[in-house]
Each structure stands twice: as structure tokens, then as C-alpha cells.
Write a new protein. Sequence first.
Length: 515
Amino acid sequence: MLVLAGGRATAAEEPTAVVWRNLVAPVRGGEIAALAFDRASGTLALGDLRGVLVGPPDGPFERRLRRGQVRDLAFLRDAGGVSLLAATTRGLFLVEPSGAVVEVSPGPGATARAGNRLAVAAGWIAVASDDGVFLSRDARRWLRPATAFPAGPATAVALREQAGGLECWAIVGGEPWSARLVEDRQELTARESLRQTVSFAAGGGGPVDLVLGLPGADVAMVYPTALALRDTLGAWRVVQLELPPGAEVLRLAAGAGQLFLATLRGLLVAGSLEGPWRRAGPPAGSAAVRALAGDPAVLFAAADTGLLAGAAPEPRAAAPGAGAQALVLPEEPDIERVHQAALAYLRLGPKGMDALKQGVTRRGWLPVVILHGALAHDRSRATAWDEAVSGGDLWSLVDRDRDHAEDYDVGLTFSWDLGDLAYNPEEIDVSREAREVIELRDDVLDEITQLYFERRRVLAQLQLLPDPGDAERMRLRLRADELAAGIDAWTGGWFGRQTRRLAAQTHSLPRAGGN
């Protein structure tokens, strides 16, 4: 039996987990590549492989654009209402409040039309395209900031207003650049342009995302396996991320009062950029997430399991006179035993691979055995004629001869390739298989760990409910059973048998003070 001393006040100080719900989307979650949310109008925009859908978060959604794959979306607000700007592989398109669609690409060429990312701030719009960075005030007349950024494809852009001008950050040719821009006679010129240098040795490629003005960092630059954070004095620091096996960060976003990192191995959440980063609650924590959008109250995530909305649960008022209490969790197998049971059931333990490695190592000592046999069968026939005179008579003589012979031969041949003792080519195949098994084992253990401790958190919340008849108790009980069923599936029923056995033992113990 696990007993944690504590009270409701202490539990309220811990970070509140985001509660996720599935939204009904007209397309599969894995096809959504871009999201945008406008709180004032309550409108959510989805960018998929065919265009843009717009509607309230709970639907219904209406197809507003059919122009190929969408890479980014941004809402624009002016006197005429709310417009939607879509960066696609085939051009930049503006969906006006009336529903009309206008192409507003910054240039006629294929590279200028291929938009990658959008940013909106201080009345300006920036687009990162395969032809570089362009800015505009009305999404019609685009300006290329002179001497601000080098030529080359831009994959990310960020904007914010600064005293006396505009600050623009971009990733051009895989390298981060920053520029301070001023408007002069309807032209943009760069007062300062710098290629930012961040010294960190982690691999995984160049930066993939930029976010300005987050709490704890003036600039946050996202790498596949790390965060580079700059303070207001211009000093950089690097936060190495502990990611799920095989995961690389795609996007960084703030929403629902927390920070989120999107990866194809699950959504990660933290209260600050410094971390610790952990998996978000199910189902977002184990789903492949490609796009994020939100505001301080809600976060939307495009996952392969569907479109998700996450929000912090409403704070519960403490019951009058409620004081400190003991938090009692049911006794269950510890996480190490659950891991061992899952690996044994799935046959992912190290013994199998060790046996393969030993077999390849010893193979050079084993000969190639050839069994061969032969059969020789011989038959011969001979006939001779002769004549003889005897007693005045002529005699004809015939001599016939028959011969039959069979020979048998059986042998064994043993041959060794002594070069296999130094190097066996099949060791490469075994090594590749071992890496795949290790990656699969890490994924399984990570999934089981998430299910196990999420269940413990749900059981702890059950203990803290003030009203035993509250409907929330039933929801949490069902959630705990759902998580237990997931662990049971990974362990072939072992977890359920163990929890029932431990529960029966606990109930059979005499009560304190009993006879």
C-alpha cells in the first residue's frame, strides 16, 4: 500500500495537467499540416493536403480553399473583418471575409509562390518562401527587405514590433538571421542584419522553428533535439531535450497556460522552456503531432489520431473545513516488474538477440558438411561361335558368357571458412536487427511508463475528490480502468491478474483494532 502524506493545498500548487478531447474533423488528423485559431471569432482553420477548412472548433467545417498542400495559416484582422492567409506549395492565397479567394503570392516564380511559414505582428505580414523573406502590410504589395537576409530558401520567420521599427527573424538556408527593419518611403531597409551563431554540439540539423517573446526567453530557437534560448541582453544558452526514442522536434507553441513541443513520437509539455519536458496526457502524449495552434486558454493539436483540443480543467473548490489528508493509493506491481512482464510477453528481452550474436560468432567454427554417395552398375554379355569335326560329323559350338557387377560409394566432406572467425558478413544483419529491436523495446517501455504513471495520477485524483457522488469520480474511474486495460494488453493479462491478487490480499488483511 502506497501512502503519500499531503493535503489539498499542496496538490493545488502542482502544475495542472491539460485535459484533451477529440474534435470531429472532416479529414484525418494525419493529413492536417497547419492550424490557426482566432479567439475573437471562435474560428479554427485547418490546412490539409488539398486546401483549407474553416469552422468553429466543434464543427461543422467548410472547405474554403482547394489549392494543394497547405504549409501554414494566419488570421488577418482589419476594418473589413477577418481574413485568412494560407501558404501553400502552389502559392499564397487570401480567403477574404466574403469567402472570395485571391492569390497574393509575392512573386510569379515557382520559388516565390511556394510559401513555408507566416508571421503577423504590428500590422505587418511576413512570409518565408523558397525565394526568401517578403513582408507586406496588406498581403497585396510585397517588399523584400534590402540587405536584410541572404538569398536562398527561408523555412521559418518571426516578427515583432520594436522601438522605431520592426524586428524580423528568419531561418534562411538552414541558418538563423535577424534584422531590424525601418519603413522609409514605402520601402523597408535594414538598419542591422546579423547571422546568429549558436554554439552547441548536438546533432540533428539546423533550426526548424522560431518563437519570440516567450516567458523565460527573448528568442527561442528550436532545433530537432535542443532549444537555443536568448535573453534580453543577447546571451544564448542551450537546453538539451530529453526526447522519446527517435523523436525530433517540429514546432514549439504556447497554449492552455503551458508550453508544448510537437514531435512525431508524441506531444511534450512543460511549464517553462528550461523543462523538464514530459509527455502530454493521453492521447496527445503518444500521437504523432505535426501542427499546433492556440491561445492562453486552449491548445489545438493535429495528431495522427485526430484533431485534439487541450485545456486546463476548471479548478475545484475545496470543501468547507477540508484539511490535510492521507493520500492512499492501491498496492500494485512496481514499474520495473511491469516492464519485465511486458518484455517477456512480447519476447523483446535481451536473451534472443544475445543468442543470435553468439551464434554468428561461433559460426566460423562450424563446418559445412556435405554427404555424397555413388552407385556403379555393370552388366556384360559375350557370345562365341565355333565349329569342330568329330567322328566325321561337323559340330557347331556356341559359348555364351554373362557378367553382373555393382559398386557403392558413400562419403562425408567437412569444410571450414576460417575467415568467418575474424569477420562474418551476417554480423551486419544481426547488428541492424538488434538496433531495430532496441528501438522497438524503448518505444514499448516508454508507452507502458506513460500508461502506468498516468493511471497512478488518476487514482490520486480519485482520492482527492471531495464529493463521493460526483460524476467526476465515475469519469476518473473509467479512465483508470482504460489505462489498466492498456497495460494489461501490453503484458498479456499479467497486470490485471497481479492487481486482482494484491487487492484480494489487501481485503483479506485484518483491520486495525479488529479481533
